[in-house]
Design a protein around this ligand. Structure first.
Ligand code: THU
Length: 137
């Protein structure tokens, strides 16, 4: 799947974001090795600390559906309405660690986009170097 297509999925996912407290709406699209795409959005709560990020929503949805072979994720986040944002929404540390559990950090691609055509791409290894993972146990 092309990066642009995965970003489009993340933009669509962002439309479902529930972020009445922060106003910061995030969408994520997780690509599985078999070509399936699992969407996630952030889901906030009146008890603020219970809020869940878009990336972890996508991972937990996927794993609970039996998918664990992730190859890439696209992330789009910001305060703006519509399909463009003014900033790159880098994944938080908790989400990087959760992604690390089910990926090969050197191969897994993290695409952080402001629009379908404006994006940065990193490996998870670049965003979470020297990480602790399942093979350490
Ligand atoms: N958020 C995400 O969904 N992903 C991230 O990686 C960073 C933060 C959400 C959580 C919260 O709903 C809002 O953005 C502001 O922190």
């Amino acid at each position: 799947m092309k990066n642009e297509e995965l970003i489009r999925e993340a933009i669509e996912a962002r439309h479902a974001s529930y972020a009445p407290y922060s106003g910061f709406k995030v969408g994520a699209a997780l690509l599985n090795k078999d070509g399936r795409v699992i969407r996630g959005c952030n889901v906030e709560n009146a008890s603020y600390g219970l809020s869940n990020c878009a990336e972890r929503t996508a991972v937990f949805k996927a794993v609970s559906e039996g998918l664990r072979d992730f190859v890439a994720i696209a992330i789009v986040g910001g305060r703006e309405e519509g399909d463009q944002t003014s900033e790159y929404a880098y994944p938080c540390g908790a989400c990087r660690q959760v992604l690390r559990e089910f990926t090969i950090p050197e191969a897994f691609r993290v695409i952080i986009a402001r629009s379908v055509t404006d994006y940065e791409e990193y490996t998870l290894e670049e965003l979470l170097p020297h990480s602790f993972g399942p093979k350490n146990l």
